[in-house]
Design a protein. Structure first.
Length: 327
């Protein structure tokens, strides 16, 4: 693993890098440390994005930065992920609840699963034939607490029937899922020291593919060749460093960045948001730029909302729009 401990090269690149060159940045919400945090950002339409997170907050943003809090009665459950599926939005929470919001009738279905009490649904995938694949583990892990992980991967459907576990481990937490064109599934599971990437083709048998030092928080498909890109951190200390890579043998560790929480991929570009209010831009796997936003709060998620425009959200309800971020 490449470790740029003294950062001579990175400091040379990053010195005086800001948003005043080709980029423009609009602060929508600067953020307040005493306020709720946005954990996940999802696209509803080309001009509507929902930022979801702590205490069940859902804020609707449009592509030019207008926003408003939505009156959806989520009962204060922390929302970890939401995605539109046809005419509804599936909402996953940190304590045994799934919700389904109908966009046509503006109604909300709430289902609590007693067998998943004190378990969080951290990520999910929509599979063929209406199946939904869920993953997660102990609720405390999603809050940064030291707990036995009790990780799981489970299958439910659009009716929100009782999720059936198809993989579990008391000592590993399942953070992220992806599906390839051939239907095979990859999951990133972390044991407190390193991450295993496990694969299945039939939702029954799981095979360990690779091991990566550190916590892989998110995995995504990078390009048409279906290379897998991952981001995360070197361990349990989210404030220390970030890791980025394409496979277990080719990854980069950047000190003092804090955890790399999520990534957006557009053509040859990869944009990564960090624990310390920074955006890192890579092109064709090579470092290109870094933007320090006017915050040191963690940036948890982002979405490309047009060819050159990025919406970014994070801790304390901070929210920003950046134009020309891929120049």
């Amino acid at each position: 693993m490449k470790n740029l401990n003294f950062f001579f090269l990175i400091n040379l690149f990053f010195t005086n890098t800001n948003l005043l060159n080709a980029q423009t940045m609009t602060t929508l919400q600067l953020g307040n440390d005493n306020d709720s945090s946005y954990y996940h950002l999802t696209k509803i339409t080309d001009n509507e994005f929902w930022a979801c997170g702590e205490k069940g907050i859902i804020t609707k943003f449009d592509s030019i930065g207008h926003f408003q809090t939505m009156d959806i009665q989520t009962d204060g459950f922390n929302i970890l992920k939401a995605e539109r599926i046809g005419d509804y939005v599936l909402i996953a929470t940190d304590d045994s609840r799934l919700m389904k919001y109908n966009l046509m009738s503006n109604t909300l279905q709430k289902v609590d699963f007693k067998s998943y009490k004190n378990r969080c649904f951290y990520d999910f995938l929509v599979l063929p034939q209406g199946k939904i694949l869920l993953c997660g583990g102990a609720t405390g892990i999603s809050k940064g607490e030291k707990k036995i992980p009790f990780g799981f991967i489970a299958v439910t459907d659009s009716t929100l029937s009782e999720p059936k576990k198809i993989w579990k481990s008391f000592r590993k937490f399942a953070w992220s899922l992806l599906i390839k064109k051939d239907g095979s599934i990859t999951a990133a599971v972390f044991n407190g020291i390193n991450t295993s990437l496990i694969n299945t083709k039939n939702l029954v048998h799981w095979k360990k593919n690779k091991k990566i030092n550190g916590l892989v928080h998110e995995i995504k498909i990078k390009d048409s060749k279906e290379e897998m890109s991952y981001v995360g951190t070197g361990g349990l200390h989210y404030n220390r460093n970030g890791i980025i890579g394409l496979d277990a043998e080719n990854n980069l560790k950047i000190d003092s960045s804090g955890c790399f929480w999520s990534q957006e991929i557009s053509n040859d570009f990869q944009i990564i948001c960090s624990q310390k209010g920074q955006l890192y831009v890579f092109k064709n796997g090579q470092y290109k730029n870094m933007f320090q936003l006017p915050t040191t709060f963690a940036l948890y998620d982002m979405k490309i909302i047009s060819n050159q425009k990025l919406l970014v959200v994070g801790h304390g309800k901070c929210a920003f729009i950046i134009d020309n971020c891929l120049n």
